[in-house]
Design a protein around this ligand. Structure first.
Ligand SMILES: [Zn+2]
Length: 146
């Protein structure tokens, strides 16, 4: 399975960093989901490094579960995957972000499924509230004002 990923939305990365900071002293973990080739969604994963696999197995029971990768924090600030991390990475996609203090835009690293560093672009994406306003709705509006 190869899913094309162009990068991560800046707001999504910020969310991961902020969630990681506010989770201290506990670790934050989430799964990354892609829309239009960009990582825009974080599904928060309960549990710690040791209990993460069982949480993951439960999540995979969900239908239509597609995961591009994962993100989690290392409060220690050591931005390297542990052995359990690498086992986890190998089952959850190709893009794995580890963040640490001070949780700014430079305090994160992305790894591939084997734990090697890889590049991940930060993209400025406009989030549109188009989930509830389909094209039909906008067309109606245009007509009303013309
Ligand atoms: Zn870890």
């Amino acid at each position: 399975m190869s899913r094309k990923v162009r990068g991560i939305a800046r707001d999504t990365l910020k969310f991961i960093l902020e969630a990681s900071r506010s989770s201290l002293p506990a670790e934050f973990a989430g799964l990354l989901q892609v829309e239009n080739e960009i990582i825009t969604e974080v599904l928060i994963l309960p549990g710690t490094e040791n209990s993460r696999m069982s949480a993951l197995i439960r999540l995979y029971m969900l239908p239509n579960m597609q995961v591009a990768g994962s993100a989690h924090s290392h409060p220690s600030g050591v931005l390297r995957p542990s052995e359990p991390d690498i086992q986890f990475f190998s089952r959850t996609g190709d893009y794995h972000i580890i963040v640490g203090p001070p949780f700014d835009e430079h305090s994160w690293v992305c790894f591939d499924a084997t734990g090697d560093r890889r590049d991940l672009a930060i993209l400025d994406v406009e989030f549109k509230d188009d989930d509830f306003e389909g094209d039909d709705f906008e067309d109606d509006l245009d007509e009303d004002f013309s």
